[in-house]
Write a protein of this length. Structure first.
Length: 266
């Protein structure tokens, strides 16, 4: 009898521990409330900037004070620096921005961001609260690649962002830009990672709600090299580089905003 009671007691303890473990695992994925599928990948798990939050969170809050336009740009420093003047310590594309985008576009680019920090901004950061842009241009992922994430994991993060945007903004359309090339030489290892990533990003597009275009070749010389005339530090665009981005994207952006077929991307 004692053995039977002991066995029943042990079984009850085991079942209780198992249920507690399962409950803990369910609770651990706090992003379920935002509709994000559980992932073990850091590129797909929303997070802030940790020890950089002292400047990042206030900077993010300032971004939220912008006028809300129908066209939204989301990204990292390459998007952020559209609004920096040519004579700034970090020269950007303000001249072109003021001519082409100032009155029609909201800029949600933040320096240094990766897929996971964009996901945090969209979810817990509530950057889309009471905001329904009609068209979204997304350029993200170079910081993931430069900091060691694989093309596969980087694309998984971009897909998580795109899927979330489609979930919360079902009537909005998303244009994903291929990650721009960087570093001087065409043979630099990062170039191959960028190409592999872009090939995978392309598969996220359905040409109905999600579109893709790669304009990266415009920043390269005939031999594939990049000059500081176009990318001032071989990563961030110069004021001239922003003019080139605008000119190269214009026909695709126009088609995107008017539900027209995209020009053939040569």
């Amino acid at each position: 009898m004692n053995n039977e009671l002991y066995a029943k007691g042990m079984l009850a303890m085991f079942l209780s521990a198992s249920l507690a473990s399962l409950s803990a695992k369910d609770v651990d994925w706090k992003w379920e409330s935002f509709g994000l599928p559980k992932s073990e990948l850091k590129t797909c798990t929303p997070e802030t900037r940790g020890d950089q939050d002292f400047w990042w969170k206030p900077y993010f809050q300032e971004k939220l004070k912008q006028p809300r336009h129908d066209l939204l740009f989301i990204g990292d420093s390459i998007t952020d620096l559209w609004t920096y003047p040519a004579d700034h310590q970090y020269p950007g594309g303000l001249n072109t921005w003021n001519k082409r985008y100032k009155d029609i576009t909201t800029n949600f680019g933040i320096t240094g961001d990766k897929t996971q920090t964009v996901l945090w901004r969209l979810t817990e950061g509530k950057s889309l609260e009471s905001y329904t842009p009609k068209h979204i241009v997304l350029l993200i992922g170079i910081n993931n690649l430069l900091q060691g994430d694989t093309p596969e994991d980087t694309v998984a993060g971009i897909k998580a962002i795109t899927d979330y945007l489609r979930k919360v903004l079902p009537d909005s359309k998303v244009l994903i830009l291929g990650i721009f090339p960087c570093h001087e030489q065409a043979a630099d290892p990062i170039r191959a990672k960028i190409r592999m990533t872009n090939e995978r990003i392309k598969k996220l597009a359905d040409s109905q709600n999600v579109y893709f275009v790669d304009i990266g070749n415009v920043f390269q010389e005939k031999d594939g090299s990049i000059t500081k005339d176009v990318m001032r530090d071989l990563l961030h665009l110069s004021p001239k580089g922003y003019e080139m981005w605008d000119q190269s994207m214009e026909p695709y952006l126009k088609a995107f905003q008017n539900d027209k077929p995209f020009p053939v991307n040569k």
